[in-house]
Ligand binder design. Structure first.
Ligand SMILES: NC(=O)c1ccc[n+]([C@@H]2O[C@H](COP(=O)([O-])OP(=O)(O)OC[C@H]3O[C@@H](n4cnc5c(N)ncnc54)[C@H](OP(=O)(O)O)[C@@H]3O)[C@@H](O)[C@H]2O)c1
Length: 279
């Protein structure tokens, strides 16, 4: 099948001010897509828009906090108002939480699900009728290998990505006849601001990603390739597919391997009293 052209496609990228979102914006600008870049930090978005425009590309910024449902809806409304269509929606904005499952406060659970799960859900719900009316579209949900296997002290973050994967799998069948593709992207550890923006819970050690760390540009290139030739699920670091596969066929073996890798973190355990224990 012929590869899709991305020139002039209207593409929303959430979380475009840094990391994977920013790298994806720059990669898609090279494809001459028309970009709507969304995040909270205005200065970073404005700099990125300027950089893209100075190279002859098309981009505009929407400064929105996507933890709020009305802002997700405003993102869709503003894009349709400006361009009259949405060809691609890349749900990328997200943050991590580093803390034990036992002591994660309810407020953190609510907030991380608001951004990592509910924002992609609401964005998709609002974008689908528009994509259907225009004859098709593509929804890309940035998940994680942590959405394939729960990671210690990232259990709540992992849960948001598991939820996003379940949603994406169901959705892609529901909208197949509308010519709307739904892709799950499972990056491995990636160079970005993720580690410095992570919310710290009750773990004594600094956050340290597990395994290979890939450049954000590599993830961006995988996303661009997938927009040209849609796939249901991609692993930008190919070997991480083995991790998911091993968890499916031999989870207790993976437990033993992971226990070795994270032994220092587990033995550091939690900082007592950092958070109130949930009764
Ligand atoms: N880095 C990794 O190791 C890794 C691995 C697998 C999956 N991922 C996933 O990849 C995605 C991108 O993360 P990243 O690694 O590129 O991290 P990052 O550099 O921290 O980027 C996160 C982006 O989300 C935006 N964001 C955060 N809170 C927001 C909010 N309330 N409203 C709107 N935008 C918000 C941030 O912009 P503002 O702060 O300006 O709002 C930023 O642009 C996330 O979904 C993450 O879970 C990352």
């Amino acid at each position: 099948m012929a590869k899709r052209q991305l020139k002039d496609k209207v593409i929303i990228i959430t979380g475009a001010s840094s990391g994977i979102g920013r790298a994806t914006a720059l990669a898609l600008a090279r494809e001459q897509a028309r970009l709507v870049l969304v995040a909270r930090r205005r200065e970073l978005l404005d700099q990125l828009v300027e950089q893209i425009r100075s190279r002859g590309g098309s981009a505009s910024a929407l400064v929105l906090d996507l933890r709020l449902r009305e802002n997700v809806e405003a993102m869709i409304t503003a894009t349709v108002g400006q361009f009259g269509r949405i060809d691609v929606l890349i749900n990328n904005a997200g943050f991590g939480y580093y803390g034990s499952v036992e002591n994660t406060p309810q407020s953190v659970v609510r907030e991380i699900f608001d951004l990592n799960f509910e924002a992609p859900l609401v964005a998709a719900q609002r974008a689908i009728p528009i994509m259907r009316a225009q004859g098709g579209g593509h929804i890309v949900n940035i998940s994680s290998v942590a959405g394939k296997r729960g990671l210690p002290f990232s259990g709540i973050y992992s849960s948001t990505k598991f939820a996003l994967n379940g949603l994406s799998e169901a959705l892609r069948l529901e909208v197949r006849s509308d010519n709307i593709d739904v892709t799950i992207v499972n990056p491995a550890g990636t160079e970005s601001e993720f580690g410095q923006n992570i919310r710290r819970g009750d773990v004594a050690l600094p956050f340290k990603p597990i395994g290979y760390i890939q450049p954000a540009e590599a993830v961006a290139e995988s996303i661009v390739a997938c927009l040209k030739s849609p796939k249901v699920e991609i692993y930008p670091y190919r070997k991480s597919r083995l991790f998911a596969w091993l968890n499916t066929i031999a989870p207790s073996l993976l437990d033993r391997i992971m226990l070795r890798v994270v032994r220092d973190r587990l033995s550091a355990r939690v900082i007592e009293g950092t958070h109130p224990r949930i009764p």
